[in-house]
Write a protein that binds this ligand. Structure first.
Ligand code: DGY
Length: 319
């Protein structure tokens, strides 16, 4: 039927047979993403591109090809120039919904690990430093009953609120749009300005997309507003937090943090952030449950196939 050509920028955790029966499929075989120059060559000969957040899909790349569809295996798509794709009427798909719980679970794991100093405790034990039970060894704050500030209240922010409810937390949220009173009541959350939320929260967790308005949303001034004992969690995008401000706040022991995303990614091996004990860093694995990654890949392929067929994508991000 279709003689379409497709390029998939990494090996995926599912079989590609449904796609192969419709198109000639080339999969980039390396562990590292294809270099930009290779992508630039590939787009000249393909109809569909299945990409990841590590691929830079900018105007030059989009204008160089004759793509019918771009399908991203991620909910975030800040690596893709949507305006350029829209100008050329190329639909761009993403994979929302299926990773909400996995990402919220991981944000929660980071919150608990930072509060109760799990990573430091592991290092301490392996270093042979456990000599006795000590009344003040590796103390951290209570999670149960604490105040949680959720910045960004889409699917993942709301999933965090549901988890926090089980820990009897006071939950503040800030978001471009306030939720309905019914939703606020059922989740047990209170709307707040960012400033108020930062001042009141024991834990602050970020769940906004990476857009112009959220670039370095958390910088020196915001760290100054936070309690000195606050713990910051970031599983959204690295550039929401200014890394220099984060370093200053952590180095002065003002706060602690646990982050799954950095600016840039991967974090440079000489980053001063890597020297800090009050920071946990994970390599962008928020959605990394087996089931979730498989659902993301399936959804990305379904979007790709829809685009090749000229059908509407189930999840299309163009305005
Ligand atoms: C996304 O989907 O945007 C996450 O960052 C990776 O799963």
């Amino acid at each position: 039927m279709l003689q379409a050509k497709v390029f998939v920028t990494r090996r995926l955790p599912i079989e590609l047979e449904p796609l192969r029966s419709l198109a000639t499929v080339e999969v980039w075989p390396e562990r590292q993403p294809p270099p930009y120059e290779i992508l630039l060559e590939k787009v000249k000969e393909i109809d569909g591109l299945l990409c990841l957040l590590t691929d830079q899909i900018d105007r030059q790349l989009i204008d160089s090809g004759k793509l019918k569809v771009i399908s991203q295996m991620a909910v975030g798509y800040d690596n893709i120039d949507i305006t350029a794709a829209t100008t050329r009427q190329i639909p761009v798909g993403n994979t929302p919904g299926v990773l909400t719980d996995a990402t919220a679970d991981f944000a929660w794991a980071l919150l608990m690990a930072a509060a109760r100093r799990v990573v430091e405790a592991d290092r301490f034990t392996r270093a042979g430093l456990w000599q006795t039970w000590e009344p003040d060894l590796l103390l951290g704050p209570n999670v149960t009953g604490a105040t949680l500030g959720i910045v960004g209240f889409g699917r993942i922010g709301q999933a965090i609120a549901r988890r926090a409810k089980g820990f009897e937390m006071q939950i503040l949220y800030t978001s471009r749009q306030r939720c309905s009173p019914e939703l606020e009541q059922s989740l047990g959350v209170e709307f707040a300005t960012l400033e108020h939320l930062l001042q009141k929260s024991d834990f602050v967790t970020l769940h906004t997309p990476s857009v112009d308005d959220t670039y370095h949303l958390i910088s020196d001034r915001q760290f100054e507003l936070m309690k000195r004992s606050a713990i910051l969690i970031n599983t959204a995008r690295g550039n929401i937090v200014d890394p220099d401000s984060l370093y200053r706040a952590l180095a002065s022991c003002q706060i602690a943090a646990a982050i799954d995303v950095t600016e840039p990614e991967p974090i440079p091996s000489d980053s001063l952030l890597l020297t800090l004990d009050n920071l946990i860093i994970a390599p962008h694995i928020g959605s990394a449950s087996r089931q979730t990654r498989s659902k993301m890949a399936t959804m990305a392929i379904a979007n790709l196939i829809a685009g090749l067929r000229g059908d509407r994508l189930a999840n299309c991000v163009n305005p």
